[in-house]
Design a protein around this ligand. Structure first.
Ligand code: HEC
Length: 106
């Protein structure tokens, strides 16, 4: 009986842990959960963390010039101090989040 209750609470815990990751469907949700802490909510990298790490604004000319494929590659493989997201995010999530960044750049 005790074991049964423990298994049940483990299941509940696993469900609770997996929900946030699964809920990150839209590019905006992925961005806010995975990217905003470094790049800033608006992508302008105006936060103290961004300045400390040398995060560029997505509106900087050099970043505007990147192709969508460049941005997908940088997100997948990481770049300088930026961590790689391959394995952490699905290919579809990476494409969605880059599409969201394209919107922030306007
Ligand atoms: C730990 C902080 C951090 C997080 C989290 C982070 N980035 Fe970055 N990002 C950086 C830094 C630092 C750079 C600048 C890298 C460099 O020096 O060229 C960067 C650069 C970039 C660039 C430009 C790459 C280039 O070729 O110049 C893109 C695109 C980008 N990030 C997308 C993302 C996306 C999408 C996410 C979320 C899935 C994300 N970043 C999360 C720190 C971060």
């Amino acid at each position: 009986m005790k074991r049964c209750v423990r298994l049940w609470s483990l299941g509940l815990l696993l469900t609770a842990l997996s929900v946030p990751a699964l809920a990150q469907n839209s590019g905006e949700q992925v961005y806010k959960a995975q990217c905003a802490m470094c790049h800033g909510q608006d992508g302008l990298a105006a936060t103290p963390v961004a300045k400390m790490m040398g995060v560029p604004s997505f509106k900087a000319p050099a970043i505007q010039k990147l192709t969508t494929a460049d941005m997908i590659a940088a997100t997948s493989n990481g770049k300088a101090k930026m961590p790689a997201f391959k394995g952490k995010l699905s290919q579809a999530q990476i494409e969605e989040v880059v599409a969201y960044i394209r919107k922030l750049q306007k």
